[in-house]
Design a protein around this ligand. Structure first.
Ligand SMILES: CC(C)(COP(=O)(O)OP(=O)(O)OC[C@H]1O[C@@H](n2cnc3c(N)ncnc32)[C@H](O)[C@@H]1OP(=O)(O)O)[C@@H](O)C(=O)NCCC(=O)NCCS
Length: 211
């Protein structure tokens, strides 16, 4: 089985798990699970490893670990175009004074993701920014969980419509946001680190499927 087929299988399994998990947990706890369900339970614990993430408010103690999530100037440009590599604590301190809802994703005690909100206009709109997932944890659904979490904060805390911006050459992020229901509404011309022209695509949440 190739990596693509394995990924599809994993995604299908996750959908099934979301529906079946409560029943399975009950059966395993009550020792009512048959062999088929016990095997399924092993699969549950294996597949859920990658998405066992907690989202917490970022504090100054996290700034070093947040900076380490970005490992090159090119990547920093995608995450924070005005930043300079390495992404140090001083820059994160400044971000903390300008932005809201600085949030880290944590697995066990390791910081694996970061994001925040900016240009928050309650009852109207808010931008999700500085989105990054640790390299070793990418492709496991963490980015999806992070964006869903930040979009929920926009909606529940500020009653604000979630927006975000992404460069045209950032295929991974572009596909992620599209899959979650964000749609382009504007394009801005920018220069990248090599002074080549790139398009910054502004997107807003456009369909009711954040669940
Ligand atoms: C963009 C980023 C946050 C995504 O995080 P992630 O944890 O890898 O994303 P997920 O595992 O949740 O993947 C969600 C979707 O992203 C897309 N995706 C993931 N890996 C991909 C890859 N290798 N190629 C293309 N698209 C990919 C897919 O649409 C995927 O959905 P699927 O799993 O249903 O196919 C992460 O790659 C990252 O930190 N990149 C560097 C910084 C960055 O670009 N930040 C965004 C700035 S706007």
């Amino acid at each position: 089985m190739g990596p693509a087929a394995l990924k599809t299988l994993t995604q299908n399994c996750r959908g099934w798990l979301r529906a079946e998990c409560p029943k399975l947990i009950y059966q395993v706890e009550k020792r009512q699970a048959g062999i088929r369900d016990r095997i399924a339970w092993c699969l549950v614990t294996f597949l859920l490893q990658g998405v066992n993430v907690q989202f917490l408010p970022a504090t100054e103690n996290h700034y070093g670990a947040i900076g380490n999530l970005v490992d090159s100037p090119e990547e920093l440009y995608l995450v924070c175009p005005t930043g300079h590599y390495p992404w140090d604590e001083e820059q994160l301190q400044a971000i903390a004074t300008q932005r809201q809802e600085l949030t880290v994703g944590q697995i066990d005690s390791t910081i694996v993701a970061f994001s925040n909100l900016y240009d928050v206009v309650p009852q109207q709109s808010a931008f999700i920014g500085n989105v990054v997932v640790a390299k070793a944890h990418r492709g496991k659904g963490l980015g999806k969980c992070l964006i869903q979490h930040m979009a929920q904060v926009c909606q529940t805390k500020y009653q604000a419509w979630p927006h975000l911006s992404v460069f045209n050459n950032n295929t991974r992020a572009l596909l992620l946001y599209t899959e979650l229901g964000f749609r382009p509404y504007g394009v801005e011309s920018k220069l990248d680190l090599n002074q080549d022209r790139v398009a910054l695509i502004h997107m807003k949440y456009g369909a009711n499927r954040l669940g």
